[in-house]
Ligand binder design. Structure first.
Ligand code: GLC
Length: 502
């Protein structure tokens, strides 16, 4: 792969706790992931991004990091992580890890020291009383009190105290953490809550000084060559978003505008055009994201009358036509893979898993659920352990009882069941990624005028992608169909279907 492998990469997101369990304790781990590397190789991805794997009390699924330089014992050991990186590299798969710089954990050494010694509190946001009325993103106040009466800021759960980026020690610490992992061969980092680091008394999102942090990180990354910085930047203003991607800052960032779109040709075209026009001036490749560990799975989302995504209530319990959603998710997968730039695949998307909406409340673990007083169901429904094989739970996930229950009906969705079914979602992803590797990825597109309800474009390689979002079948342009998300009859592309032609 070239110096700029990340510009067109297909990146597979591993939510480790739910990927594969190697030791039978019901939680996914590095042993499970290592044993499934051949599956990922066969799927045809270029890189793996892992959610946080550090020691953590798991108040927020590992986004409460107690030690940035080690591995959570439930997941394995640092030695195993190093072996995993080597094994992935042997298969020509890059490894991207998650770095969480906005906040740490109440169990981190720094926070424990701060609790014991008020003189050591400047690495966090401590004050004699709340400095503002900010609400936590998970619900409730963003300020909590410690036993001696002071308050500290946490934009997320109380177990996730925000770090104070006005303190040079915090900068030093994270530059060291980056080096620690780059030296162990990690090819890139996904930066959690990347726009929130810098705070004033009245604002915390997208303050200008945050760019100084990433300019410095870019210098660190560049010292190691071929390492990529990927921002988790949720900003509605795409011009502001693109500022993170200036040539001396982050390499890429997740495209949440595209993810949040309704399954609607106008909304999607608007988002694609906006994405291309904001990325081109800064020279950064766009990313195409349909799903991740925080959002409702596409099969469920696209089967609803309102198919947009927003964090709020997540439209939980709104009726979804899963057959329709599945069909659209197939069409969307090929659309996303065909667009210029890199593409993300969240584990289970390639199996067409739906959101699990009927989890018993007592098993829900996401702090979003508890902190919203149950109003928001939270994100557990997209984090269910993967079904690998067999006829009943745990579906080959491991020998123990999975940490979240799997639906009985997933027997039809196991990787094993889909492997031999040529029409399966798994085989659509495999074929799509294989063609993508040869002909798609980084570059530009040219729109083809096939009507308002048809998203059709040709890529530099000559491949044409056509997605019909209208109700009626439409004629395909000339060419040989090399892949389609559904059957094509008499040269007509049915509703909610994508075809690729050369
Ligand atoms: C990001 C993560 C999410 C986490 C939050 C706080 O949005 O994707 O899972 O809860 O940051 O770290």
């Amino acid at each position: 792969m070239s110096q700029t492998w990340w510009r067109g990469a297909a990146i597979y997101q591993v939510y480790l706790r739910s990927f594969a369990d190697g030791n039978g304790d019901g939680a996914g781990d590095l042993a499970g992931l290592r044993s499934r590397l051949p599956y990922l190789k066969e799927l045809g991805i270029d890189a793996i991004w892992l959610n946080p794997w550090y020691p953590s009390p798991m108040a927020d699924g590992g986004y409460d990091v107690a030690d940035y330089r080690d591995i959570e014992p439930v997941f394995g050991t640092l030695g195993e992580a190093e072996r995993f990186i080597e094994e992935a590299h042997e298969l020509d798969i890059k490894v991207i890890i998650d770095v969480v710089p906005n906040h740490s954990s109440t169990e981190s050494e720094w926070f424990k020291e701060a609790l014991e010694n008020p003189a050591a509190r400047d690495r966090f946001w401590f004050a004699d009383e709340p400095l503002n009325d900010w609400q936590s993103i998970f619900g409730g106040s963003a300020w909590s009190q410690v036993p001696d009466g002071q308050w500290y800021l946490h934009l997320f759960a109380p177990e996730q105290p925000d770090l104070n980026w006005a303190n040079p020690e915090v900068h030093q610490e994270f530059e060291d953490v980056l080096r620690f992992w780059f030296e162990r061969g990690v090819d890139g980092v996904r930066i959690d809550s990347a726009a929130l680091l810098i705070k004033s008394d009245t604002a915390y999102e997208d303050l200008d000084e945050v760019h100084d942090v990433y300019r410095r990180w870019r210098e660190v990354a560049d010292e190691y060559g071929e390492r990529v910085l990927i921002g988790e930047v949720w900003l509605p203003d795409q011009e502001r978003f693109a500022r993170y991607l200036r040539p001396d800052e982050l390499h890429t960032a997740f495209n949440f505008d595209f993810l949040s779109c309704a399954w609607d040709p106008r909304d999607l075209r608007r988002s694609i055009d906006l994405t291309l026009s904001t990325h081109t001036p800064v020279g950064a490749p766009p990313t195409w994201v349909l799903s991740n560990h925080d959002v409702t799975r596409p099969v469920t989302r696209y089967g609803r009358a309102d198919s947009t995504f927003a964090h709020g209530g997540r439209l939980h319990g709104t009726p979804s036509d899963l057959e329709l959603g599945y069909r659209r998710a197939r069409a969307a997968a090929l659309l996303a893979m065909a667009l210029p730039g890199s593409v993300y695949v969240y584990q289970g998307e390639e199996l067409g898993l739906p959101e699990v909406e009927d989890l018993p409340n007592e098993v829900r673990q996401d702090p979003m659920y508890a902190r919203s007083g149950g109003e928001n169901p939270g994100r557990d429904g997209c984090r269910i352990p993967l079904p690998w094989s067999g006829e009943e739970p745990p579906f080959g996930f491991g020998t123990g009882t999975p940490w979240l229950p799997q639906p009985e009906g997933w027997r039809k969705l196991t990787a094993e069941a889909q492997r031999t079914d040529l029409g399966s979602m798994l085989n659509l992803y495999r074929s799509g990624l294989a063609i993508r590797r040869e002909r798609l990825g980084d570059g530009t597109l040219t729109w083809l005028p096939l009507g308002e309800e048809v998203l059709a474009f040709t890529r530099d390689s000559g491949l044409t992608s056509v997605t019909n979002l209208g109700a009626d079948p439409v004629p395909l342009p000339a060419g040989e169909v090399v892949l389609a998300s559904g059957p094509i009859e008499d040269g007509l592309l049915p509703s909610d279907t994508t075809a690729w032609l050369v």
